[in-house]
Design a protein around this ligand. Structure first.
Ligand code: PAF
Length: 316
């Protein structure tokens, strides 16, 4: 879809923090039913303020698009938790480091749009990068400390600053009552929860379970990069998590022993490169020596050129 074009115009008259204003939002043809698509930030804010003013509860699922069953599970839960379900699709440049896959990140707006409509999304926010980060943009939000410096933060030093900045901006635009995130990005969920609490944002952050393919691979937009042989090798991630959980359930509480087994299992796959395998406390993300009900195992590996992350509880 070309942004800002479509068959019909919707005129919204709203009032709120930004005063009374008249805004035009453009819609695309509607093959299914009732989903607005808005790219303009001011139009979006006015639409969301009007919804809040009329007493609607807004639930929000922020994404970078290329939707899969994991995203759809967030949308279905969001549908239950709010009156107005909002999805955003924005491939956020500030969370990609140099040499990462920003330029080739998978995109398919038409497909996403159809999936969103089928899931009952009311409003799709689809901004341009230049609108979110206009020339002269200079403000960033970052969460300090181990939550952002370990694990993904150690491998991708600017990543979380980009995530927390864009999520704050999206929260300010959408003004949701509830926002839903997947637990596959376990650390991202912890960082966003911390930020929301630290900044007293009046938003309920809901973490949703990992959705897996039938063979156990955690759903991710990046799975599309995997060729057949890499796809098979990638099964080692979930296999490793399953085996570590089995070890823990069978009474092993020594984190080092569990990690040694996990590394051995991952090393058994020739083309798999381990970034990290760590057992951490689920709240602080600090590494632990002895596992308990709060311990989570997190891993990041590259399969060929594709970097995958996964995680799991050790004692359920
Ligand atoms: O998880 C994602 O898709 C992204 O990190 C998010 C939360 C939409 C921010 O760009």
């Amino acid at each position: 879809m070309a942004r800002g074009t479509g068959t019909s115009k919707a005129k919204t008259n709203t009032k709120g923090f930004w005063g009374k204003s008249e805004v035009f939002a453009f819609r695309v043809p509607r093959p299914y039913k009732n989903m607005e698509i808005i790219s303009d930030i001011k139009a979006m804010q006015n639409r969301c303020l009007a919804a809040r003013d009329s007493g609607q509860k807004i639930s929000f699922v922020p994404t970078m698009g290329f939707l899969h069953e994991g995203h759809l599970s967030l949308l279905r839960e969001g549908r239950k938790r709010g009156d107005l379900l909002i999805l955003s699709i924005f491939v956020n440049p500030t969370q990609f480091g140099q040499g990462e896959d920003l330029d080739c990140y998978p995109r398919d707006f038409e497909r996403d749009e159809a999936m969103a409509r089928e899931c009952g999304v009311d409003l799709l926010f689809y901004p341009e990068a230049e609108a979110i980060y206009p020339p002269g943009y200079a403000t960033y939000v970052s969460v300090d400390g181990p939550l952002t410096t370990t694990l993904e933060g150690a491998c991708r030093p600017t990543h979380f600053r980009g995530v927390t900045t864009v999520v704050t901006k999206l929260f300010n635009i959408v003004m949701p009552h509830v926002a839903l995130f997947g637990r596959k990005d376990f650390q991202q969920l912890a960082v966003i929860s911390r930020m929301t609490s630290d900044l007293n944002l009046p938003i309920d952050i809901v973490g949703m379970p990992i959705i897996r393919e039938e063979d156990g691979l955690a759903m991710s937009s990046r799975n599309v990069y995997l060729c057949n042989s890499e796809r098979k090798q990638a099964l080692a991630l979930n296999d490793t998590l399953r085996q570590t959980a089995e070890m823990a359930q069978n009474g092993e509480s020594n984190a080092e022993k569990i990690l040694t087994m996990a590394q051995g299992r991952l090393h058994a796959e020739a083309d798999l490169e381990i970034d990290y395998v760590k057992i951490c406390n689920a709240q602080s993300l600090e590494e632990v020596n002895t596992i308990d009900h709060e311990s989570v195992i997190l891993l990041a590996v590259s399969v060929g050129k594709t970097r995958l992350i996964d995680n799991g509880n050790l004692i359920s």
